[in-house]
Design a binder for this molecule. Structure first.
Ligand code: IVH
Length: 710
């Protein structure tokens, strides 16, 4: 065959149309793969190295001009990549969120009441809410430009997913073009890819006959089928799709959830026929009961019901908390249960020294997943349930939560089974493990903690794992196993060591690439992944430090309030001077920071070794101020206090809106307050604002201020 050419190979890259580019990239991927195989596998190249390089260069140039067309099997990402590593990354223009959970009817009643309160609706104002099955598959975002599918990406961590365009293009369930005349120039359609029961059973039968991998459940089968490096494998898998949400859109074809999903259907996208519009909590619960019965005959797995506020203007006003919308909730079906034998109880030491008992079980299938570990929470829980090694126990698994031990089947207890003696020394370092007493309540903490601090290797390793984890520094290639191995060999003992790893490796006699399980490719990849994090958003940096009680949300609040790392660090060290210090009062005055949290942060910075770690990190890492979300709003960075009764919106809505615009909402008035927004019957805060000379606004004046162009 020799030097083949694609029909558009003669056209300059900057003259190619999108369709031509798409076709040529496809051809290039196949052609380069063919030459790779000829060269590497059969040692019989058909073209010169120079011509081969020209093909690769052409591929790169087209990709540089049309980044969204890059294929998951593109030669530019495929080189030497191990299977599973071969997908490019896609940043979601609008994050893909998760959902809060409801477990009982009461939770549903609360959900509706909370929304009514937030929106300030009175009894005669209707609030429509949709109900639909929560599909147990994997979520996907599909970008359509002018009605043509141009990119598909998995959820990933919600911010960045994997580019699975080439695979999704092979799915008959997902249209390559949308029908209709008034289509947005661009829209991200979101939904779930899943496999039906019947298709799953047939696939597994075929796999078995072929001696190939058997999938544990339809969800795994769908995920495995989508994440194939070879799209022609995906093409043969019976994957289905329902559209139920969207991301960025030039415009939306309706102003309610129902209208938009209906339009999706008219555009040719599959949507779930089970969706229903409800008017109150009773109707939602009735729908849930119906679906519980219908579940077995649907033909695909669902793990609950999703409720969504129908009006999009309400959705907008309700906004988000952390990673989940306030306007939607997942009402979960009860957990599935099974019985098995408890072989052992292992004590794990967490990054804050907490001793957690883990049940080691005889493997058992619960709701389609093999379970061999379950949590036992803490020692009181073990005592309360009187769980003993050798017991037969009931395990339960609900959705994505960690399996739990529900109870013991006493009739099956073996003779001689002893009550479990919870250790009072740390199994990792031998230090005393104690239960702290709460100063205020005088109650013992449920958790026993190792007092070894930094001398405890388990705590140090867990902190490292937390530091590199997905929601913290997110360093690809530094999984739990590598962290443990690097720690054991003295390569990485604390976070700053991560950033000097490459420099030390260059001088080392035994290089990373020569370690077992590593090679020059994977070592290079790791160093690149580490380098990519030398700049990191400030909130991730703070979260990664692993300060007790500081989760992702608190880290964001801190990053937003202090702006940059130096200001934050200086303020925290100053706050340690005492509860009278201005820095301490400021910290406590931040909305969302309670006393326990404030104390934990200050305690962290009062430890010289922690400050040393932070300082060392800062020689190699540059935390970036939070993405200027609404940088240019007139109230960005301003400190606001709401007081009194507001007319147009509830206090929570006012607060959420102010935060969305980049303002800091505080609970009390100080010299640093920029605005006090006073509604009816405002009391002492208003007086204080006047005393201090702080600007006081009426609600209307505030609304006017935030609606102004920056
Ligand atoms: S709506 C902003 N609707 O559940 C809200 N999600 O726990 C977007 N899921 O990652 C989600 N069925 O993968 C929605 N009918 C449905 C769903 C659904 C399944 C999944 C989705 C999401 C997860 C959230």
């Amino acid at each position: 065959m020799g030097k083949a050419k694609h029909k558009t190979a003669g056209i300059a890259v900057d003259k190619l149309s999108q369709e031509q580019a798409l076709a040529e990239l496809k051809w290039l991927a196949a052609e380069i793969a063919r030459h790779d195989a000829l060269y590497y596998r059969s040692d019989s190249p058909e073209i010169s190295d120079a011509d081969y390089d020209l093909l690769r260069r052409r591929n790169e140039q087209i990709e540089a001009r049309f980044p969204s067309l890059r294929r998951s099997d593109s030669p530019s990402i495929k080189v030497g990549a191990a299977p599973g590593d071969g997908f490019g990354k896609v940043r979601h223009r609008v994050p893909m969120l998760s959902l809060g959970n409801a477990f009982s009817d009461d939770d549903v009643v609360d959900f509706v009441a909370r929304i009514r309160r937030f929106l300030g609706l009175n009894e005669d104002q209707p609030l429509n809410i949709t109900a639909e099955p929560k599909i147990d598959g994997l979520s996907i975002s599909l970008r359509y430009d002018d009605g043509r599918l141009v990119e598909a990406s998995t959820r990933g961590d919600g911010t960045e997913g994997e580019n699975v365009t080439a695979n999704v293009m092979t799915m008959p369930a997902i249209p390559e073009t949308l029908n209709g005349r008034d289509l947005p120039t661009s829209i991200d359609i979101r939904g779930e890819i899943f496999m039906a029961h019947a298709d799953f059973q047939k696939l597994n039968a075929d796999q078995q006959a072929a001696g190939a991998k058997i999938f544990a459940n339809p969800r795994n089968a769908a995920a495995g089928s989508l994440r194939q490096l070879d799209p022609s494998v995906t093409a043969q898998r019976p994957l289905r799709f329902f559209a139920y949400a969207w991301g960025e859109a030039q415009f939306l074809p309706g102003d309610t959830q129902t209208a938009v999903i209906d339009a999706f259907k008219n555009w040719g996208l599959p949507t779930n026929p089970e969706q229903r519009l409800c008017e109150n909590a009773e109707q939602l619960i009735a729908y849930y009961r119906e679906m519980e019965l219908k579940r077995a005959t649907l033909g695909y797995d669902i793990d609950g019901i999703v409720y969504k506020v129908d009006r999009l203007d309400y959705q907008e006003r309700l906004g988000f908390v952390s990673r989940a919308p306030r306007w939607a909730v997942a009402h979960k079906f009860p957990a599935e249960q099974a019985t098995t034998v408890l072989n052992d109880i292992e004590i794990q030491v967490g990054r804050t020294g907490a001793l957690t008992p883990v049940a080691k079980l005889e493997p058992v299938t619960v709701g389609g997943v093999v379970v061999s570990n379950a949590t036992l929470h803490n020692e009181d829980e073990i005592a309360r349930k009187d769980v003993r090694i050798g017991d037969t126990v009931v395990v339960q698994r609900a959705g994505d939560v960690i399996p739990q031990i529900v109870s013991v089947i006493l009739e099956k207890r073996p003779d001689g089974a002893e009550p479990f003696a919870f250790p009072t020394v740390c199994p990792a370092c031998g230090s005393h493990a104690v239960r702290e007493k709460d100063e205020k309540t005088g109650k013992l903490d449920a958790v026993r903690r190792c007092t070894g601090g930094l001398i405890c290797p388990a705590q140090r390793v867990e902190r490292l794992k937390h530091f590199v984890s997905r929601t913290a520094f997110d360093i690809d290639g530094l999984g739990d196993k590598s962290i443990q191995a690097f720690y054991d060999d003295g390569l990485i003992q604390s976070p700053p060591d991560i950033f000097t790893l490459e420099a030390r490796d260059q001088r080392a006699l035994k290089k990373l690439k020569d370690r077992e399980g590593w090679g020059s490719q994977s070592a290079r990849k790791l160093f690149t992944a580490i380098d990519a994090r030398r700049e990191i958003p400030l909130d991730r940096f703070i979260f990664a430090l692993g300060i007790r009680h500081v989760g992702e949300t608190t880290a964001k609040v801190l990053a937003r309030s202090y702006g940059d790392i130096t200001t934050f660090k200086t303020a925290m060290i100053a706050a340690a001077e005492g509860t009278e210090s201005e820095a301490w009062l400021d910290l406590n005055n931040i909305d969302g920071i309670g006393e326990t949290v404030a104390a934990a942060i200050v305690e962290f910075f009062a430890e010289p070794h922690n400050v040393k770690v932070v300082d060392e990190l800062l020689t190699d890492v540059e935390p970036q101020p939070l993405e200027a979300v609404a940088a240019a709003s007139p109230v960005t960075g301003k400190s606001v206090v709401f007081t009194g009764t507001l007319e147009n919106k509830s206090r929570s809505e006012a607060k959420a809106q102010a935060e969305r615009l980049g303002a800091k909402v505080a609970g009390s008035v100080s010299k640093k307050t920029d605005y006090v927004v006073a509604g009816a019957d405002a009391g002492s805060k208003l007086t204080k604002a006047r005393d201090l000379g702080v600007a006081v606004l009426t609600e209307d004046e505030w609304d006017e201020l935030i609606s102004r162009q920056p």
